[in-house]
Design a protein around this ligand. Structure first.
Ligand code: C2E
Ligand code: CA
Ligand code: CA
Length: 597
């Protein structure tokens, strides 16, 4: 048998490392390459020579290597890439189709052309079906050079198409900003990891990380810096964890980790490392910046048996981590049960915002001297499909802990402004809306509100914004800027629940505030001992040019007392309880018509 290179005849084509230049050195006309890296799968050195000569005649400078065993072929394919393979179809001990299959394992696009003395029609069909590009008869090699030229061109086209497809496929499974796996790929990896863990009776940890303070960076340094921050966090996380771990970006500032062969104890260690890495200072646009994070941990199989369930519970644990002090928390089924399914609430709240399940009750605020309505306060209600009508205490606080407060606030403001005209036929009574503290940390809020006013065709005087006093104590520079812009737009600003929060009154001087609403614990029924406080507050407010509203007025006695103490306006059950838009409209119309008090 003459089926290995060592025994190739002298003068015939040797294996690549021993070969000298082939006979013709004409410059290539068809390829721009220096030489054609040609892999010859051919047991006959003479036939190989013929092929090289034919290609040289066709203008190629050929760097050939001849192999005629499976091992030699595998070795040649593993060592370098080749431009084209030309294979004998029938060799002793090694078939052309086997050679082709092996080539395809290494290179899906490399042109393979069969050249054979014996190929019959059936064999030719088989060869083409199995992925060969062309076949030629040994007796008719004139077609060879044009065939190679064509196949090289096609291979270039195939390769670039394949590359484009690969890029698209990559994008479908990766996050474009950080190049980390996205949610789709995470789900897949998680599913695989769960199957492996089940097979090997091992534990598996899934963790969700949410950055704390990321929004502030986006807001203060801009989205470009925010993107850089996310990329930095992503690469830190990637290099921190093991190669077998998956680090994915779920979207926004949320990341997830799949840690195979990890139990709760291991996951806690990993969570601590992650938090340390995340908290290490970053440099953005030359500024040192920092973010924090909260990690929720779940383990498989303890906490769930589907990827969806595990991710949901990791989310719940992450929220628990936000309220706990450690920065991380493992899923706790008891806590979850007590919390009435925060997750369900979150999903439902999201749907409610989209589906418009919110309405307002309105409560008038009246002038204490004339009894006429000065304003109506919009109090949000959630018409929950199963639990009925929910007061704000059941959902505002929860929304504030998640990003949902932002869309909820805008949706409610939109609704309040849309209803404003209908509440008061004279269109002179403004509507008061409650703002979550977080809203004033958003520098885009004034612009968005201006857009909303335009869309609702409502003047800025139609709106009173109520903010609680503790918001003013935090991050004053940013909040002041936001309030000043709102005030400059012509919107009335009221301090809500005044008296129960921040103790210093100094900030009132600096802030563009129009109104103080004294909390019902001072102004309301049970507070007759607090007259001194109320009087002091009223005097101070009047000195600063503010209007004073007393909250929680439930009786005629309170009404008289607050009037004597100098309050300007009042709100409470004695005047009117919160009621639907239609009832409030009737109430306002009647009040306006009556002589009061
Ligand atoms: P708040 O701004 O202090 O609103 C007044 C609350 O006191 C309302 O409760 C109202 O129904 C209740 N109230 C009115 N008159 C009386 C009275 O004479 N006696 C007593 N004991 N209570 C009275 P509600 O509607 O449950 O709202 C609770 C809180 O929820 C509000 O307190 C406000 O801080 C918040 N809230 C309401 N709507 C919204 C909203 O659209 N967005 C935001 N962020 N918060 C809202
Ligand atoms: Ca209020
Ligand atoms: Ca209040």
């Amino acid at each position: 048998m003459k089926d290995n290179q060592q025994r190739s005849r002298p003068g015939g084509l040797q294996s690549a490392h021993e070969t000298s230049e082939p006979t013709s050195l004409r410059e290539p006309e068809v390829t721009g390459r220096d030489s054609l890296r040609l892999l010859l799968i051919e047991d006959s050195a003479d036939d190989a020579d013929l092929i090289v000569r034919e290609l040289s005649r066709g203008g190629y400078r050929v760097s050939p290597e001849r192999v005629d065993t499976r091992d030699a072929l595998a070795c040649a394919l593993g060592r370098q890439t080749w431009d084209v393979a030309i294979a004998d179809f029938t060799m002793p001990g090694f078939s052309g189709t086997a050679a082709l299959a092996l080539v395809r394992e290494y290179d899906a696009e490399m042109p393979v052309i069969f050249v054979s003395g014996t190929i019959g029609d059936d064999a030719a069909v088989m060869a083409m079906r199995s992925g060969a590009q062309d076949y030629l008869m040994k007796g008719n090699l004139k077609r060879l050079a044009p065939a190679v030229e064509r196949e090289l061109r096609d291979a270039v086209a195939r390769r670039s198409r394949r590359k484009a497809e690969a890029q698209l496929a990559h994008l479908a499974y990766h996050d474009a900003l950080t190049d980390l796996p996205n949610r789709v790929l995470l789900n897949d990896r998680l599913r695989q990891a769960m199957l492996a863990a089940e097979r090997n009776r091992e534990s598996l940890a899934l963790m969700v990380l949410d950055l704390d303070g990321f929004k502030a960076i986006n807001d203060s340094l801009g989205h470009y810096a925010g993107d850089r921050m996310l990329q930095q966090v992503a690469s830190r996380l990637r290099s921190l964890l093991r190669d077998v771990d998956t680090v994915a970006r779920l979207g926004g500032d949320e990341f997830a980790f799949v840690l195979p062969r990890t139990d709760l104890e291991g996951a806690v260690l990993a969570a601590r490392k992650i938090l340390t890495e995340v908290r290490r200072p970053h440099v953005l646009e030359g500024h040192p910046s920092s973010v924090g994070g909260s990690v929720g941990i779940v383990c498989f199989p303890e906490h769930g048996t589907s990827p969806e369930l595990l991710l949901q519970k990791a989310d719940i644990a992450m929220y628990a981590a936000k309220s706990g002090g450690l920065g991380y928390a493992a899923y706790d089924p008891d806590r979850d049960r007590h919390k009435h399914g925060r997750l369900t609430l979150m999903v439902e709240l999201r749907e409610a915002i989209e589906g418009g399940q919110f309405t307002f009750d309105y409560q008038p605020i009246v002038d204490l001297k004339t009894g006429r309505p000065l304003c109506v306060e919009a109090l949000a209600r959630w018409d929950h499909p199963r639990r009925g009508r929910l007061p704000p205490g059941e959902f505002i606080g929860f929304a504030e802990q998640s990003w949902l407060i932002e869309p909820l606030t805008m949706m409610l403001l939109d609704k309040a402004l849309a209803e404003w005209g209908a509440l008061d036929p004279s269109r002179t009574v403004p509507v008061a809306a409650n703002l979550s503290p977080r809203t004033l940390h958003d520098p885009d809020f004034p612009d968005r509100l201006a857009d909303l006013l335009r869309l609702c065709a409502a003047p800025p005087s139609a709106l009173v914004l109520e903010v609680t006093e503790n918001v003013l104590a935090s991050d004053t520079a940013r909040v002041t800027r936001c309030l000043s812009r709102l005030h400059a737009m012509g919107i009335t600003i009221a301090i809500d629940d005044f008296g129960i929060g921040y103790s210093s009154l100094g900030y009132l001087k600096r802030l563009p505030v129009d109104q103080l609403k004294i909390d019902r614990s001072f102004a309301g029924e049970l507070s007759s001992g607090d007259d001194a406080i109320v009087r002091f507050t009223v005097d101070l407010a009047h000195n600063l040019g503010l209007t004073v509203v007393a909250e929680g007025v439930e009786s005629a006695e309170s009404w008289d007392r607050l009037r004597q103490l100098g309050c300007d306006a009042a709100q409470g059950g004695f005047i009117a309880s919160p009621a639907s838009a239609a009832e409030t409209r009737r109430w306002v119309a009647q009040r306006d018509a009556k002589d009061l008090p």
